[in-house]
Design a protein around this ligand. Structure first.
Ligand code: MSP
Length: 660
C-alpha cells in the first residue's frame, strides 16, 4: 500500500543576518509536525530554505564590502549549522540563488506574461526595503511603512504588473468553500476586510532599480519581484516544470502542499498573492496556511536595532537543543504570541525537565539498580493501580493524537504527555518500592518497577517528534533498541517493554539549574549592550560573585577571545553626563579615528584627571545609548567592591595599537 503524502514548508528565511529564536520557533514547530506525521505513517516532504534576492540583501552585502552571493553563502552556512544543531529533519533546503530555482521562475514568469496575467506598465508608489513591500499613499501610516513603521521611498519606474484583481472573486469563493484554508480563522477575516473586499490592485512584479534578483527573460533590465521569486520556491524545489521526468513525478506526488507554516506578518503574501499565482498557473492551492504568533521579548518584537535578539545557539550551547525545543513548543501556544523570558525558560527547564522527566528516569533506574540487580524485572500480578495507569496511557495517547492531528496544539500535546510523567512520579511515591523491598515483597516490587519503566518507554515514544535527542537517550538507559517496542502504534499498549535485560543508568538528562546564576550569566552572554547601566553593573557584580565561588568563569576558546578587538586609546576630553552621577563621556583618539565612549567611572575619576591617559578600548562593541548618550565601545578597568582602577598602558605606544 502506498503511504499518504504530506508536504510541509517553513518560510524561506532572508539570509541577511543570523537567525534568532523566532525563526527557530517556526522551524521547530514545522519539524515537530513533520516528525509526527512520519511516525504516523505519512511519506513526508519537509522544505526549508533561504530567500536570497532583493535590494535589502544587496545593500547589506555592499555595506559588508562583499558581493551578494559570497555574503549570503556565509550566512546560509550558519543557518544550516543551526538547523543541524536543532535536529531539523528537512528533506530539502532550497536557495533561491540555485539554478534549479532560477530557470523555473523564469518559465513561470514567461507563462504568465504569455497568457497576459502579467503586462508591462509604469509604477509609482512607496517602497519599504526592509519589508520588500510596495504601498500606496493611502496605505502609509503617518508617512511610514504600515508594516514595520520604517521609512519608505517614492519609486517611479517601468514595471511588470500582475492582474491580481482578475482572480479576486475566485479566491474569495475558495476561502468560503475551504474554511480550513487559513488558520487561525481570525487571519481570514483580516485578509478579506483589509485586502480582498476593498478590491485588489494590480501588483508590481518586477524592479529595475537594483539587479540582485532573477532577470525577467524577455527584458533583463528587470528582475522578478522577490515575493514572486520566493513563493515559487515551494514548487520549484519539488520539480515543477523541471526537464527531469523523475522530478516532475515528485511534484505531481507532493503538490498541493498540506501546510505552509509561517508567522502572521507574511500571511498576506501566502493567502492572496500565492493562491492567485497558482490559480493563474492552473495548479491546485495549498491545503492550509498556518500562521503562528510571534516570539516576543519583554520589550516587544526582537530586532537588531533594539538589541533584544536572542540567539538560539547560546541556549543550545548551555542546555542542549531538546531543552530549547521543549521550551518553545510548551511555552508558546501555537497561533498566539508568546513572550520569551529567561525566568520562564528556567522554570520549564527546572520544573518540567529536571524535576518531572529527568527525575522520573533517574530515580526509577536508581531503584532498579538497588532493588532489582539492575535488570528490568518481569511484571507480576497486575492490580488496580496498574490497570488505572494503563487506562491513563491509552487516554494520553488518544489526546496527543487529537491535539497533533489537525490543530498542531504542541503545548496541549506536551501537557498530555506530562500527565503521564507526573503520574509516574506519583505512582512511585504511592507504591513506595523502598518499602516493598524492605518488606521482601519481591513480586509486587517487580510489578511496580516494571510498570514505571514501561510508562517511561511510552513517554519516550510520544516525545520523539518534540525532543528527538532525548528519546534515544532514554532507550539507551532503559537498555532497549528502537524498533517495535518504540513504535507509535505500541505507545498506548502497556506491558510492551521486554524484561530480564540490564539497564544502563547514565547521567541525569536534565540537571537542575541554579536559576539566579543562569540568568545572570545568560544576560551577559546574550545582550551585554542592551542592559541599562544599572542592570549591567548588577549583572557584572553577579558574574563576579559567581567567579569567586568557582574560581573561573566558563572557559572560552581562543577564537572567542580573538573576536574582541582591544586597542590603545588616548583620552582627549572628558565631561560628566547630566543627571547620571556614575557616568563620564570620553572623547578618545584611537589613532586612525576619534570616538566617544560613555564609562561608569565618575565615582573614581574626575574628568580633568583623565586627559592624556592611554587606556584600553574594546573597539568592536555594538554601539549603545546610555542615558541618551551614544557610546561606541568600552574602556577596561580593574575593580573590587570599593575600588576601580583604569587599565592603562605602562609605556608610551601609538594610539590605536592593538592589545592582544
Ligand atoms: N523571506 C520571507 C519569507 C518568504 S516565504 C516564501 C521572510 N523571511 S524572514 O526571514 O523575515 O522570516 C520571516 C518568518 O520567520 C516569519 O514568518 C516567521 O515564520 C519567522 N519569524 C521571524 N521572527 C519571528 C518571531 N519573532 N517569532 C516567530 N516567528 C518569527 O519573511
Amino acid at each position: 500500500m502506498t503511504k499518504p503524502t504530506f508536504y510541509i514548508t517553513t518560510p524561506i528565511y532572508y539570509p541577511n543576518d543570523k537567525l534568532h529564536i523566532g525563526h527557530a520557533y517556526s522551524t521547530t514547530v514545522t519539524d515537530t509536525i513533520a516528525r509526527y506525521k512520519r511516525m504516523r505513517g505519512y511519506d513526508v516532504r519537509f522544505l526549508t530554505g533561504t530567500d536570497e534576492h532583493g535590494q535589502k540583501i544587496q545593500k547589506k552585502a555592499l555595506s559588508a564590502g562583499k558581493e551578494p552571493l559570497p555574503y549570503v553563502d556565509g550566512i546560509v552556512a550558519g543557518i544550516k549549522a543551526l538547523w543541524q544543531r536543532l535536529n531539523v529533519s528537512y528533506d530539502d533546503f532550497i536557495r533561491t540563488t540555485e539554478e534549479r530555482h532560477r530557470v523555473v521562475v523564469q518559465k513561470i514568469f514567461t507563462r504568465l506574461l504569455e497568457q497576459d496575467d502579467i503586462y508591462l506598465g509604469h509604477y509609482e508608489g512607496w517602497y519599504c526595503t526592509p519589508c520588500e513591500s510596495y504601498w500606496t499613499e493611502t496605505q502609509l501610516k503617518d508617512g511610514a511603512c504600515p508594516e514595520c513603521g520604517g521609512s519608505v521611498e517614492l519609486v517611479r519606474e517601468e514595471s511588470y504588473f500582475f492582474r491580481m484583481g482578475k482572480y479576486a472573486d475566485r479566491l474569495i469563493r475558495y476561502y468560503e468553500e475551504h474554511p480550513e484554508f487559513i488558520q487561525p480563522v481570525s487571519r481570514k477575516t483580516e485578509m478579506l476586510n483589509n485586502f480582498l473586499l476593498p478590491g485588489l490592485e494590480d501588483l508590481s512584479v518586477s524592479r529595475m532599480t537594483f539587479d540582485w534578483g532573477i532577470p525577467v527573460p524577455q527584458n533583463p533590465k528587470h528582475v522578478v519581484y522577490v515575493w514572486i521569486d520566493a513563493l515559487s520556491s515551494y514548487i520549484t524545489s519539488l520539480g515543477y516544470l523541471s526537464e527531469d521526468e523523475a522530478l516532475r513525478g515528485q511534484f505531481a506526488r507532493f503538490w498541493p502542499a498540506d501546510v505552509h507554516v509561517m508567522a502572521k506578518e507574511i500571511v498576506r503574501f501566502h493567502t492572496i498573492y500565492w493562491p492567485i499565482i497558482l490559480m493563474a498557473l492552473d495548479l491546485p492551492l495549498p491545503k492550509q496556511i498556518f500562521a503562528h504568533g510571534w516570539v516576543l521579548t519583554k520589550d516587544g518584537k526582537m530586532s537588531k536595532s533594539k538589541g533584544n535578539v536572542v540567539d538560539p545557539n547560546t541556549l543550545i550551547d548551555r542546555y542542549g537543543s531538546d531543552a530549547l525545543r521543549y521550551f518553545l513548543l510548551r511555552d508558546i501556544p501555537f497561533g498566539q504570541d508568546g513572550v520569551f523570558t529567561l525566568e520562564s525558560l528556567m522554570e520549564r527547564l527546572n520544573f518540567d525537565l529536571a524535576n518531572d522527566l529527568g527525575n522520573l528516569l533517574q530515580r526509577t533506574l536508581a531503584m532498579v539498580e538497588r532493588f532489582c540487580e539492575g535488570r528490568v524485572p518481569a511484571r507480576g500480578e497486575v492490580k488496580e493501580p496498574e490497570i488505572a495507569f494503563a487506562a491513563m496511557l491509552k487516554d494520553v495517547v488518544a489526546e496527543v493524537e487529537d491535539k497533533m492531528d489537525e490543530r498542531y496544539d504542541f503545548n496541549g500535546a506536551l501537557a498530555a504527555i506530562w500527565k503521564l510523567v507526573r503520574h509516574g512520579n506519583k505512582y512511585i511515591d504511592e507504591m513506595a518500592p523502598w518499602a516493598l523491598n524492605k518488606a521482601g515483597d519481591t513480586d509486587r516490587l517487580a510489578t511496580v518497577m516494571y510498570t514505571v519503566l514501561d510508562a517511561i518507554r511510552a513517554v519516550s515514544v510520544l516525545l520523539q517528534p518534540f525532543m528527538p535527542d532525548t528519546s534515544p537517550q532514554i532507550w539507551q538507559q532503559l537498555g532497549i533498541e528502537p524498533g517495535e517496542v518504540t513504535s507509535w502504534d505500541n505507545a498506548k499498549k502497556a506491558g510492551i517493554l521486554p524484561s530480564g535485560h540490564t539497564i544502563a543508568k547514565g547521567e541525569s538528562l536534565f540537571p537542575r539549574l541554579d536559576v539566579e546564576k543562569e540568568i545572570g550569566e545568560l544576560n551577559l552572554l546574550m545582550n551585554p549592550s542592551s542592559s541599562s547601566p544599572e542592570e549591567a553593573s548588577q549583572n557584572n557584580e553577579k558574574a563576579k560573585a559567581d567567579t569567586k565561588v568557582e574560581g573561573v568563569t566558563s572557559l572560552i576558546a581562543i577564537d572567542d577571545f580573538t573576536k574582541v578587538e582591544l586597542r590603545v586609546a588616548q583620552v582627549i576630553s572628558a565631561s560628566k553626563v547630566e543627571k547620571a552621577d556614575k557616568l563620564l563621556i570620553l572623547q578618545l583618539d584611537v589613532g586612525d579615528h576619534q570616538r566617544q565612549v560613555v564609562s561608569g567611572i565618575a565615582k573614581y575619576y574626575t574628568p580633568e584627571s583623565l586627559i592624556g591617559q592611554k587606556v584600553v578600548l574594546v573597539a568592536n562593541l555594538q554601539p549603545v545609548k546610555l542615558r541618551g548618550v551614544e557610546s561606541h565601545g568600552m574602556i577596561l578597568a580593574a575593580s573590587t567592591e570599593d575600588q576601580l582602577v583604569l587599565v592603562t598602558v605602562a609605556k608610551d605606544i601609538a594610539n590605536g595599537a592593538k592589545v592582544k
